[in-house]
Design a protein around this ligand. Structure first.
Ligand code: ZN
Length: 317
């Protein structure tokens, strides 16, 4: 049995799987919002302990544990640096050693988006393809690549599709630059725009739904409900997001010519097939080879893809 942990900015998802990656136990805990890397590491250990209990084992019995982490992951050194959406994690932390000590099992680290792409490639919606672009549409927009059957990480930072420029001198991106795809399509940027328009007096049900559901953010579920209610502001912001995704993903496709694009992430999974079809349609006018578009598919592993993909890191070589 192997363990997998998807370390996100809002939640930690842990799984225990068997040799064939079948799910034996899982648990989800909120990511600490205060403290530092050691507190996050302890919360990760707690989530995996819970998943192991559900699978009827202890973490020390696992052959290995994989972690999909945000920030700059140095797999060789076993460290994670600059994970800015995690508390007190601006510097470098030896996560492999720290977490391994807590769990009593060997730990391997990988990039969160890359392991989710590998999971779709090995087990999910991209199994039948050799070249795949994974697009993870959530708070930000992350990308992962498998080319000729192998993960492509460049010098360690490949796949940052959220920062493909879709409009020069365009909207301000959370990364500080202008005109990135994420500045239009990331849930964080979409929420910021909704607040701005609302402050200018435009009506929307987005914030009513948010409060009614006891949320502090415009979650994917809040967006889904407002869209179902045909809220004009939600519909307009979403149309802008989809147009940006179409331009950005098609631009990546023009360079890579992959067989398939997999759409995942919180918004992608929540909004599902109709929105995958809309993204494919929005890509079409920007595709150089427009008569031969890639397959555009919804991620098959849903919310657990990141953790199941992380567990793949712990496979015996
Ligand atoms: Zn950016």
């Amino acid at each position: 049995m192997r363990g997998g942990i998807d370390l996100g900015g809002t939640k930690i998802q842990a799984v225990v799987v068997d040799d064939a990656s079948a799910l034996l136990g899982q648990a989800r805990l909120p990511t600490p919002t205060e403290g530092g890397p050691a507190d996050v590491s302890e919360a990760m250990a707690a989530a995996l302990r819970e998943a192991a209990t559900a699978a009827g084992v202890q973490t020390g019995d696992l052959t290995g544990v994989g972690v999909g982490s945000p920030g700059a992951v140095d797999e060789a050194a076993g460290t994670v640096s600059s994970a800015r959406n995690l508390p007190g994690w601006e510097g470098t932390f030896a996560l492999r050693q720290d977490l391994g000590g807590r769990l009593g099992a060997p730990v391997k680290l990988g990039n969160d988006v890359q392991v989710a792409t590998d999971a779709e490639f090995q087990l999910g919606a991209a199994r039948e393809y050799d070249s795949v672009l994974g697009v993870f549409w959530g708070t930000g927009v992350g990308g992962g690549l498998v080319l000729d059957g192998k993960p492509w990480v460049g010098r360690g930072s490949a796949g940052e599709i959220g920062h493909v420029v879709v409009r020069r001198d365009g909207a301000r991106c959370p990364c500080g630059r202008r005109g990135c795809m994420e500045a239009y399509a990331g849930r964080g940027a979409m929420e910021a725009r909704a607040y701005r328009l609302h402050a200018r007096g435009e009506h929307t049900v987005l914030f009513d739904i948010m409060r009614r559901r006891g949320r502090e953010r415009l979650t994917s579920g809040v967006w889904a409900r407002a869209l179902r209610a045909e809220d004009p502001m939600a519909v307009a912001i979403m149309a802008r997001a989809i147009a940006a995704l179409g331009a950005g993903v098609a631009s990546a496709q023009n360079i890579l010519d992959v067989e398939a694009v997999i759409i995942g992430g919180g918004l992608g999974v929540r909004l599902g097939e109709p929105y995958v079809a809309r993204i494919a349609a929005a890509m079409q006018p920007h595709l150089f080879l427009d008569a031969r578009p890639p397959q555009v598919r919804l991620a098959a592993l849903g919310d657990l893809g990141g953790a199941v993909g992380a567990a793949l890191l712990a496979q015996p070589a």
